[in-house]
Design a protein. Sequence first.
Length: 437
Amino acid sequence: MPTVLIVGKSNVGKSTLFNKLIGKRKSIVDDKEGVTRDAVSDRVSYFGKVFEIVDTCGIFEIPEDLITQKTKENTISMLKEADAAVFIVDGRKGITSEDEHLAELLRKSGIEIIFVANKAENERKYQEVLPDLYKLGFGDPIPVSAEQGKNIDILIEKIIEILENKGYDLERTVEEKEIIRVAIVGRPNAGKSSLFNAILRSERSLVTPIPGTTRDAIDELVTIKDKKYLFVDTAGFKRKSKTEYKSLDMYSTVRSIKAIEMCDVAVIVIDALEGITKQDQKIAGIAENRGKATVIVYNKWDLVSHARERVDEYMNMFYEKLYFVNYSPVIFTSAVKSSGISKLINAINDAYNALKHRVSTSAVNAVVQRMMMFTPPPRGLKIFYGTQVDIRPPTFLFFTNGRKVPEHYQNLIRRTIRENIYSFTGAPIFLKFKSHH
Ligand code: GDP
């Protein structure tokens, strides 16, 4: 994916512009706790065209006497790898020696520059500093206001033009990005490989060779009804001989964790004859913890006698033993009879969609305010307002008076969101709290 850097001296509005470009709320940037400010790199999506934008943060802001050889090397390699750089200057105050220093660095790197004057809300002021800006030798800047969102579309269109001139097909990158990464995990012998094979046999499914990999590829790219899925770590269960079934639970857990880390959706396969084991609980817990979507599969359903009458029993087992992922869809399959497979694929799709679903801030506040009227927070705690700040997994930030929000009340908030706004079926909901002064 083509990459564009945001470069500029401190306080020139890099983070604000970054957030405007990726379409996120500015409140996240203002978080001083340092944890929430995780996004230094994100996708800009504009009418189906996509590129990667990177906020270079402080890397160009370090005072010259503190620049080590290492940071210098980092900077240069960053510039070399990127396709273009948005060079921001101050459209209100004009340039300083710092800008000149950066301009020189950029010119030396040979990277393509998109010259931008930020904070250009005031036309008269901007005209005053403009001659100063020309001095940098990058020609006419694009005047923008990151704060007010002014001319951001013009800037994006300019970036797209430059990247397309370089030969990038920005629409294709979208398609490539829309690969649903699936991990099929569970205990040895639960039927993971049989299920995978059943999926491959299913309607309109097609294995696409991944360029640069051998036949023994670890991951398999599969197209089903025009959707692409990357099944991660299928090497663990493909073409397996009978003797290998005896592999230790311990080993398979380690392998499962790795696969879960790589995936969007974890399909947790349970042998219906054995029921939900400790290891299944552990794996589901890991998936939830890492913010992955989960789909629960009771496999070997064909071997369960009077299966039809026992659905409730199995659902109760699920609610009892996997209560912490009770938002997951539960599917009954027979890998050998190929039953339940299309339901499973639908569940994977739904869970993936839930993982990247966004709900509106007004809806969040409406339902949470109403919830608090019926069930007020514990004594001393105040919750002012909240908003969804992220996806994959859906993450909500609530501003409070700083008191701890007990687990049961957090669960109530999650349940309220699921029941009243969107079910987020298959996806965990993460909550963050921040004190509001
Ligand atoms: P893995 O270790 O989880 O990959 O499990 P396998 O897919 O290798 O399956 C283990 C054994 O269970 C094999 O003998 C399969 O034929 C059998 N098996 C898997 N799924 C089903 C199913 O849905 N029904 C029945 N009857 N047998 C199954």
